[in-house]
Design a protein around this ligand. Structure first.
Ligand SMILES: [Zn+2]
Length: 380
């Protein structure tokens, strides 16, 4: 069976001084268009994407500097704004805000082909042998990443250029066709995702919560405090903000690596993976006076586990099932099914059943319940 998937390849960019100037100019122009259109939308919410797109030629006439950069990225700024509005209307996000200078700077350009006198032109070209990407208006930029790859097989859809901390990155989104592998064994596993151990499986495998998360948490806290003492928008403020972004970037990379390793191990052994839907669980676990930052970091790690499980299962032809946490995996005895009425403090690691006397590690017990519940849903 063949399936089409979207995959993102992220490379670090090494622009020359001149290229950096163009990249920054593009950040500025896309931000300008975004904010301009947001302002229009605020005054008249009935404006459609089409209405806003029609503003572009007028804007270019009035502000000729907009003509100096890639025009796709200007259109995409409007598309992104409209996506923001759609999400807001569906209740999935806040009302779109004005973009600020120096905060999460990025722009996206789309892949376009054209032919002229029999020759086909492409506006984005990725040459992994030469380690170069060609982007509209910016031309060839040196890249680094995916050392063992000398070609990507798919069709490029778009490229997003970002400044993170003091570095530039390009994320190339590609549509690839993959062949789904055969399922091996139909083995199912229940996994409990938690704070003490990131993952505990119904096969009694424990994947701990690595210490680096704490290390980064301390650093982030320090920079956040430093930032709060600086004048908003000042040079020092922006500098500090960049340092903070840099720590977040490192944390994100480290987290991604850990999660991918754990998921790879789980998936290699099983065909059916069952986890809890974490929306509710997140809130339950953090009731015990955890601080905001810890909560944010832990939740991001939990979401990452689910995200990676979802797409890996999809790509590798595995079955991923999420069960509703309302049935209380940590309150039920995996031996006899008895449900303890009192929710035990998260710090008590041992589950003791008052009916059958089973004593079992709390998260392991939960993973067994998750497995059972998942298989029940699957077989129904
Ligand atoms: Zn029991």
């Amino acid at each position: 069976m063949i399936m089409k998937i979207h995959r993102a390849y992220q490379f670090r960019l090494y622009p020359t001084k001149e290229q950096e100037v163009i990249i920054r100019k593009t950040f500025r122009c896309t931000r300008f268009v975004y904010n301009y259109c947001l302002d229009l939308k605020k005054k008249n919410n009935y404006l459609t994407k089409f209405d806003l797109m029609k503003e572009l030629p007028k804007l270019k006439k009035e502000y000729p500097f907009l003509k100096e950069i890639d025009s796709c990225s200007l259109q995409n700024a409007i598309t992104d704004l409209m996506v923001g509005f759609r999400l807001f209307e569906k209740g999935h996000g806040g009302y779109p805000k004005f973009k600020k200078k120096g905060v999460k700077e990025s722009f996206r350009t789309s892949f376009i082909t054209s032919s002229y006198k029999g020759t086909i032109y492409e506006n984005i070209k990725l040459d992994l042998k030469r380690r170069i990407i060609e982007l509209p208006k910016i031309k060839e930029i040196k890249i680094r990443g995916y050392r063992n790859l000398d070609k990507i097989s798919g069709r490029i859809l778009n490229a997003t250029i970002r400044e993170v901390g003091t570095r530039f990155y390009v994320s190339v989104c590609v549509e690839e066709e993959i062949k789904l592998p055969e399922r091996k064994n139909n083995q199912a596993v229940g996994i409990d995702i938690g704070v003490k151990n990131l993952v505990v499986t119904s096969n009694k495998e424990y994947y701990g919560n690595p210490r680096y998360l704490e290390k980064y948490e301390k650093k982030i806290k320090r920079f956040q405090q430093e930032l709060s003492r600086k004048i908003k928008g000042s040079k020092n403020y922006i500098k500090c903000k960049k340092k903070l972004e840099e720590v977040y970037r490192k944390l994100k990379n480290a987290r991604k690596k850990t999660v991918e390793e754990i998921v790879a191990k789980i998936i290699a052994l099983h065909d059916i993976i069952i986890a809890e839907n974490l929306q509710v669980k997140k809130m339950l676990e953090h009731k015990n006076n955890h601080k905001h930052l810890r909560k944010e970091i832990t939740n991001a790690t939990f979401s990452e586990i689910i995200r990676v499980l979802k797409y890996k299962c999809n790509w590798l032809n595995k079955i991923f099932i999420q069960v509703n946490p309302y049935y209380a995996s940590s309150q039920i005895c995996s031996g006899c099914g008895n449900k303890e009425s009192i929710m035990k403090d998260i710090r008590v690691r041992e589950y003791k059943c008052s009916k059958c006397g089973l004593e079992i590690e709390r998260d392991y017990n939960a993973s067994l319940n998750i497995l059972k519940e998942g298989l029940r849903c699957y077989n129904n």
